[in-house]
Write a protein that binds this ligand. Structure first.
Ligand code: G3P
Length: 222
């Protein structure tokens, strides 16, 4: 199971990379604009920072077939391996996914709002499918759709991995991990909420206080 960070904030990536096993980083045009920096600077910092085995996902900005395909080649050429182009599942996007896969590029189909959109992108050969969980919940049973998708891929023997995105709560992530999802991409604030149960810090303070009262020090050995 791959746990990916949905951010281009390098400070947040470095912080969380020390705490948990980060399988990679996803960005999109909005995420990159939020950095306040030029896109080349943001992308090159991510390329420099990530270890070879950590995956990088960068999205196309063009909306026509030729433009998307040219950007797909550029993105996948940023690193020798583990770099994927994110392609929204518009009509031109679906065409681009077919063309990119014919060239052997790594593809994540994105901006997915239904299990059916995702399934067709899987038939086009997309390596990853990114349903927008929280946004889908605004239209209906978003979590149910993603759970259906996991099952549709399994019963039809398709190898595309679901990498659920657009998370706003720990519960959304939890539900899909429990359902057997192959990957999630989670924004730093939701990751921190997964890590930081207040009870843990309280428990440690209690252990330290009891130890200090009994032995007059805060370490195991004198
Ligand atoms: O990768 C971005 C995707 O997760 C969408 O997130 O927060 O804009 O719904 P959001």
């Amino acid at each position: 199971m791959e746990f990916v960070l949905d951010t281009a904030d390098l400070d947040a990536i470095k912080e969380l990379d020390q705490l948990i096993n980060v399988a990679g980083v996803t960005t999109n045009p909005t995420i990159i604009t939020k950095s306040g920096k030029q896109p080349e600077e943001v992308i090159s910092a991510l390329v420099d920072y990530l270890k070879p085995e950590q995956k990088l996902f960068v999205q196309t900005v063009s909306t026509d077939l030729e433009g998307m395909l040219e950007e797909a080649r550029y993105i996948c050429g940023l690193r020798p391996e583990n770099t994927y182009v994110k392609i929204p599942v518009t009509h031109n996007g679906l065409k681009t996914i077919k063309a990119a896969k014919a060239e052997g590029l790594g593809v994540l189909a994105t901006a997915i709002y239904s299990a059916d959109e995702a399934f067709l992108a899987a038939l086009n050969g997309a390596d990853y499918l990114a349903p927008y969980v929280n946004r889908m919940c605004n239209y209906g049973d978003g979590l149910g759709q993603v759970i259906d998708l996991i099952q549709m891929l399994e019963v039809q023997g398709l190898e595309s991995k679901v990498i659920a995105a657009s998370f706003k709560s720990v519960e959304q992530v939890h539900t899909l991990i429990a359902a057997g999802i192959q990957a999630v991409t989670v924004p730093p604030e939701v990751v921190r909420a997964m890590i930081d149960h207040p009870g843990t810090e309280i428990a440690v303070q209690e252990f330290t206080a009891n130890w200090e009262r009994a032995y007059g020090r805060k370490t195991l050995r004198a």
